[in-house]
Design a binder for this molecule. Structure first.
Ligand SMILES: Cc1cc2nc3c(=O)[nH]c(=O)nc-3n(C[C@H](O)[C@H](O)[C@H](O)COP(=O)(O)OP(=O)(O)OC[C@H]3O[C@@H](n4cnc5c(N)ncnc54)[C@H](O)[C@@H]3O)c2cc1C
Length: 341
């Protein structure tokens, strides 16, 4: 019997696992992929994420997780009228495979038992524990007093447990050799409705130019992407010598109000599985913070699931308020966002 089984070794799951282990709890962290695993991501650690790394992990983000240029100097938004907004802020540029692998290693150092290549198939709440069916080299059942589901955006376990789902945004990004008249130290987001149905972006990772778009209607993604390329060629002299990689992914659709599903009984959700994602697509800090608060709540009120849930909601209330403020901010600069019901 574990005190807690955590599903998913992303920022939410690793932070939660480490915190529970620090509090003396017996924790199993399961990850369906072999680590280091790939995660489609721009890999920008904003200042808030950097601070959480220091606060929750107790160390600075290590250099080996970073890619060039390692320093991110902020974000530059172009709204639906072509007006530019610059937000200068200290940040870092990381590869998620290395960063998340490092987070998982830190959780293990704190005493967490990690099983990668192990997928949670389902979980069911019993009288005073939860049974979890796991599938690795074989299929077997483990038991825990609590389950913290941190599966990320499309979690199958989450879907089997909760009807709450705000829908998805599909993302498409390419990695390219080439050149462009933009500063590689910034993350650029474009909110013009002809370029995407959410946002389009440009950033650089290890000298590869990353160009992406996000849409509500997945079938339209390539045509938006073509529009975005044309725009970048015209406005910023984009030249693509060779596309080295293209990938699609999903993000939770964060709507005005930023609804979150904290879970029920002994099964809690954190990170994207719960709906935590800042409206501009920044989710590492939200994953870490929600994972931390879920772990704090479980450790503090271990004998009383209702108190755990209440404490988790209370702890994460400021994060939800931050998401809502961000929503108002983006809605304030781009009408297309405001109307995103
Ligand atoms: C294109 C794109 C760009 C982004 N750019 C940024 C950015 O620059 N900065 C930023 O802060 N955020 C960014 N995000 C958002 C960020 O990637 C996510 O919000 C963040 O990874 C969420 O963390 P998480 O721990 O909730 O989930 P994840 O990081 O998705 O981790 C979930 C883990 O659970 C595992 N898993 C899933 N199902 C199971 C199962 N049944 N059993 C076991 N394991 C399972 C998965 O393999 C995965 O490792 C971006 C997202 C996208 C799509």
């Amino acid at each position: 019997m574990y005190d807690c089984i955590i599903i998913g070794a992303g920022p939410a799951g690793c932070t939660a696992a480490g915190r529970l282990a620090e509090k003396g709890r017996k924790v199993l962290l399961v990850e369906r992929c072999r680590l280091p695993r790939y995660k489609s991501c721009s890999g920008v650690l904003i200042k808030k994420s950097m601070d959480f790394v220091k606060l929750y992990i107790g160390e600075e983000t290590p250099v080996h997780t970073m890619c060039a240029p390692a320093e991110n100097r902020g974000m530059i938004f172009t709204n639906d009228h072509g007006k530019e907004y610059r937000f200068e802020q200290e940040g870092l540029n990381v590869w998620r495979s290395s960063f998340d692998n490092w987070l998982a290693g830190k959780a293990v150092e704190k005493g967490v038992l990690l099983r990668d290549g192990t997928m949670a198939v389902s979980c069911e709440e019993q009288e005073d524990y939860v049974s979890v069916i796991l599938h690795g080299e074989k299929t077997y059942t483990e038991k825990a007093k609590y389950v913290l589901d941190c599966e990320g955006v499309t979690g199958a376990v989450k879907r089997s447990l909760s009807a709450e789902n705000n829908g998805y945004i599909t993302t498409f990004q390419t990695f390219n050799r080439g050149s462009i008249d933009l500063d590689y130290h910034y993350f650029y987001a474009y909110l013009q409705p002809e370029l995407s149905q959410y946002d389009a972006w440009f950033n650089v990772k290890d000298n590869l130019l990353v160009l992406g778009v996000s849409v509500k209607e997945a079938g339209k993604i390539k045509s938006y992407y073509e529009n975005f390329l044309s725009y970048m060629k015209k406005e910023h002299n984009l030249y693509i010598e060779e596309e080295t990689k293209a990938e699609k992914w999903l993000m939770p659709h964060i709507r005005p109000g930023c609804r979150v599903d904290y879970g029920t009984g002994r099964i809690l959700f954190a990170g994207e599985a719960a709906g935590f994602l800042n409206p501009m697509g920044e989710g590492i800090s939200a994953g870490m913070e929600s994972g931390y608060w879920a772990a704090e709540a479980a450790a503090a009120h271990f004998e009383n699931p209702q108190k755990v849930l209440d404490a988790y909601q209370k702890g994460a209330a400021s994060l939800q308020a931050y998401m809502q403020r961000q929503w108002s901010f983006v809605g304030g600069i781009a009408g297309t966002f405001r109307e995103m019901e």
